[in-house]
Design a protein around this ligand. Structure first.
Ligand code: GLY
Ligand code: MN
Ligand code: MN
Length: 462
């Protein structure tokens, strides 16, 4: 059973924000192709974190000065009961999570109007759903286009502070999500045979996630064209000689995520060229866990891993020159144009809606504008309790290779004649989820998804 202390979380938030009124809208149902045919409901993660209620149409308000808390939402009608069954009322929901005051949804207007008349600060987070934007526009008289600029930095920072360090109950829940991820990825490995259509395997994985109550934690990425980083096209039949990249994870019933990637040879046997590149990515992956500990920055870990990648590609004849200089110049980003990982929790890219600059960076560690490094979502100093993904990769993207070659990019470090012979290679990414501990870091999940060449070939040929 998931046992979060929502009252304490709200008390901590109230203390951090210190003044004004905090408005935290939960999500509404989202229509798909007509109003009554909705996407599967997904609650807003910050609302879940502070109120724990997984139902649409509720807004939470916290008075940061008086400590008064409210939940606004409508009780179901007889018509709703007939079609959807009995549902707990807003008073009952509020009582369950220790909120003293509850009222119908529209009653929030009066509370907000009073606060505005008193010139009190009203804190809200940058909205990402259009219905919530219209709702806030109506409540606050701030045009939709201006909402992001008027969102509250103190509230963003307070939420990031609290949600970044995972509580024991959250870590346990993430481990559950990882265990579902294990089942998804080992199933994908067993199904990866020539002639099987990618969409069949991705559908089976989505089904495994759903069978545990929730959805995948993001739209499954699965393709024999793994050089496209987020490839959602699943229409190919798997071919011998290719590798299948699967980036997929699950969400638990309490909405905590996992996010894993494995890349395996179609049919179960790596050829020598695949093995060479694969082993470089394995070395990068293992290197990250060796270097991740409280006090170091994830940006340093990322740059160290880029050096391991560069050394490996130099040994294969694809890169040349001084490794440190190549990484400082960003030459390796031809092969790894993304960052080493991101925070993970209630969102697979945790809190990305609050602004990556606040989640992954701070006054000390600033984002880079260099190609590749600019895509590093998480750079800042690590703390015990952070959950991060470790996801190095090596890709051969023909269009990018051609562009860089034509522009004579980093010719001191890149052997384009050799690189050209890899344009049919595809891409490899390996991803695990790690917890920063007191002493260092550890992988999350009870069982490790096969990673090494031997482990992968063994499970695929059982
Ligand atoms: N699942 C997308 C990613 O790994 O960031
Ligand atoms: Mn992933
Ligand atoms: Mn990831």
């Amino acid at each position: 059973m998931f046992n979060a202390d929502y009252k304490k979380r709200r008390e901590d938030l109230r203390k951090k924000v210190g003044n004004g009124l905090i408005i935290l809208p939960g999500n509404n149902e989202a229509p798909c192709n007509y109003p009554d045919n909705t996407y599967k409901f997904r609650q807003d993660s910050t609302f879940l974190y502070f109120f724990g209620i997984d139902q649409p149409g509720i807004t939470g308000v916290i008075d940061a000065e008086s400590g008064e808390e409210y939940l606004f939402g409508d009780d179901v009608t007889m018509d709703d009961i007939i079609w959807m069954g009995p549902q707990p009322g807003i008073k009952e929901l509020a009582a369950k999570v220790g909120v003293a005051n509850s009222a119908p949804y529209k009653a929030i207007k009066e509370v907000v109007q009073t606060a505005r008349k008193q010139n009190r600060v009203i804190h809200f987070l940058p909205p990402y759903r259009h219905d919530i934007m219209l709702y806030l526009e109506d409540l606050l008289d701030i045009r939709v286009a201006q909402l992001k600029a008027h969102s509250s930095l103190p509230l963003i920072k307070a939420v990031v502070d609290l949600r970044s360090v995972k509580e024991t109950c959250e870590i346990e829940e993430i481990e559950r999500a990882c265990d579902i991820g294990y089942e998804m990825h080992t199933t994908a490995m067993r199904l990866c045979k020539p002639g099987v259509k990618e969409q069949y395997i991705s559908g089976v994985l989505d089904g495994i996630a759903s069978s545990y109550g929730c959805m995948t934690s993001f739209a499954t990425i699965l393709s024999q064209n793994g050089e496209t980083l987020h490839n959602h096209y699943h229409g190919n039949f798997l071919e011998t000689g290719r590798m299948m990249l699967t980036d997929a994870g699950a969400e638990t019933n309490y909405h905590y995520s996992s996010d894993f990637t494995r890349t395996v040879p179609v049919g179960g046997k790596f050829d020598n060229r695949q093995k060479d590149v694969y082993n470089i990515v394995v070395a990068c992956h293992d290197h990250a866990i060796d270097f991740a500990y409280p006090g170091t920055t994830w940006k340093e870990v990322h740059l160290n891993v880029c050096k391991v990648l560069t050394q490996g590609l130099k040994d294969l004849g694809l890169m040349k020159g001084n490794v440190d200089d190549a990484v400082a110049a960003g030459a390796h980003a031809l092969f790894m144009p993304h960052g080493l990982g991101h925070m993970m929790g209630l969102d697979v890219h945790d809190m990305e809606n609050l602004g990556q600059i606040y989640v992954g960076y701070d006054d000390e560690t600033r984002p880079s504008e260099q190609f590749g490094l600019a895509s590093l979502r998480m750079g800042r100093r690590l703390q015990e309790g952070f959950v991060i993904t470790d996801e190095p990769g090596c890709y051969f993207i023909p269009a990018l290779i051609d562009k860089w070659r034509a522009e004579k990019m980093h010719t001191d470090f890149l052997n384009y004649d050799v690189i050209d012979t890899y344009k049919d290679f595809g891409g490899i990414r390996l991803e695990d989820d790690i917890l920063i501990t007191k002493e260092g870091s550890r992988f999350l999940g009870q069982k490790r998804i096969p990673l090494t060449v031997e482990e992968v070939e063994s499970i695929m040929n059982e």
